[in-house]
Ligand binder design. Sequence first.
Ligand code: CDP
Ligand code: MG
Length: 723
Amino acid sequence: MPSFPNTHSPSSQNQQSGGKSQQQQQQQQQQQLLAKKRWIAQQRKSLPIASVERRIVDEVRKNDILIVVGETGSGKTTQLPQFLFNAGFCQNGKAIGVTQPRRVAAITVAKRVAEECNVELGQKVGYAIRFDDVTSSSTRIKYMTDGLLLREALLDPLLSRYGVIIVDEAHERTVHTDVLLGILKKVQKARSQSISKEPIKNANIDIDMLNEVNHQRLNTLLSPKACQNTKFLPLKLIIMSASLDAKGFSEYFGGAKAVYVQGRQYPVDILYTYQPEQDYLDATLITIFQIHLEEGPGDILAFLTGQEEIESIEKLIHGRLDKLPDDKRKVMTVPIYSSLPSEQQMNAFKPAPSGFRKVILATNIAETSVTIPGIRYVVDPGLVKARSYNPVTGMESLIIIPTSKAQAQQRSGRAGREGPGKCFRLYPESEFGMLSDSTIPEIKRCNLANVVLQLKALGIDDIIGFDFMEKPSRMTIVKSLEQLFLLGALTDDYKLSDPIGHQMARLPLDPIYSKALILANEFKCLEEMLIVVSMLSVESIFYFPREKMEEARAARKSFSSPDGDHVTLVNVYRASAECLDKSKMVTSKDKTIEKNLKKWCIENFINSRSLRHARDIHSQIQGHVQHMGLSVTSCGDDMLQFRRCLTAAFFLNAAMKQPDGTYRALASGQTVQIHPSSMLFRSKPECIVFNELVRTNHNYVRNLTRIDPLWLPELAPQYYASS
Ligand code: CDP
Ligand code: MG
């Protein structure tokens, strides 16, 4: 692993330079900067993609659509946009947009590329993700999530500010990627039809044109007649994938050309267990320690399924380390998962202090999206958390399932980036043979209400006829249309309703949450609903360390409401806001305020990372709803009003208690149980609304509020009146 001066924090540099004159320090810093530049240039040159720069640029010039396939770490994400920039693809004032399925990849890669270009992040190179835009008018290489580019298409249907769009990590086949591919195909066609014979003089013309077409919808724009008046450059599309099979993408884009980048991969020893593991978390822990104590130097990457698992393993590792002799304790753990606030995600990329071994605890985010240097050992329990949708019941849930072979191979590949490595698969070799070859695209296993709403907002009315790379089932689409109709987003003839459908499409949230906010405006409890929606947008607000279970329970009780989990979340948020207000009265130092909040979180067993993230989301959505003209008022102590609003919003997720203490979900007829983490686990009210279905050995529902069953026909007559 290269140990480079840049990787030390500024404070450690200061310590190192203690006692030196200011001039000497400046000189040293300059030397470090120079060395860093040289090192980066050398690293870039040594990437496999560097040798095919000319060829790639030529191919992009010749082809409007190009598929680039290359193993993780070959330099696709960081280098290709720079090649195109240097080759003059942005000279017309247009930007290169690069989409990522995950926020963390967009951020880390943008930071890396800004560093490589020696520019400030947000200037020439920037990123934009939901709730965080670090770009400016001078941004030419813009990394963003695929979902965000879809949203941009709502405001700018021809994506006119981009000359090149790169859909990265396309092999992941997230639902956003799949929808985006269909949209980009249309946009590209529309733009090539709209090329005027007149040369484009400057970028401003496009902006004028954009205003002209801003409110037109994509379908209209597709007609050649409508395009005659507009002047746009053709759009170059690049689809990048780490899976070696480019056939599917190539066929979808009418036989588009594919370029293969040779990867650089060292051999990786794959080790299997003899028996299936009963407890994969325990097996993960044991394997991590086995590597740490018996194997040579090198960092460890362990794949887990989510935040809760990662946090509990992290605690267990530290618990065990405390029992080891001093010289064996040099382990640094770093978590990385999608919902982790970005500054903390960055920790995974920092090298461990000298003599320490880094253990990265990651979700499948580390499979291909991000490249973390220094890894020699991979621990792979072979599981992943995935969305699963049942179109018959209309219920979506998160389940833990075995990875595909392709995923297992990607994971083991992470160990052989910089030298030979080892991958410990925590299942027997015979099980590997039984895994499916590749992962089923997400679009085939999720609720499509969000997608349908977005497509409708883009003016695409015929959802079933939309050119998806892989069509979701007709039943799933029909179910989503029905759900949107019931939420009031669509009219009788399945057009986007005005204003509700348009408002819902504008909010970057699940349709059901968007509707909840709009309703809360009418019910005069938007302040409470904003809190609930923000808190539900993050994972696990409460924190339950195994060794302090009782204390944690007592702490949670102090916030608990007999009405259920939603009001409890409001109580937590308000208590944290009170703590912040108090701190602000005595100090104006952000650091101290932050520290006080963290202390409060520890005392109250609240997950400070999650809370911080929720506060962030809160301020962003608040901006959106205020912009829409909704008024953020509170219902005060009138929780009845708030519960009625929750009922009106979440009526599709209502459940009635049955004589045996289980519940029947009214929309699906499924038998469900209250999750033990719910405030209502013991009191078991007669009727509830819930937000989430978790399938483990039971169908559990989480995040509930107790309601009066009579409110259902009153507040959701469109659904319950006739029953
Ligand atoms: O996209 P692909 O997986 O082909 O590679 P990449 O993300 O462009 O990464 C190329 C190289 O850049 C990696 O092997 C890392 O050495 C380096 N890199 C880094 O050091 N820090 C990052 N945040 C991203 C990349
Ligand atoms: Mg990449």
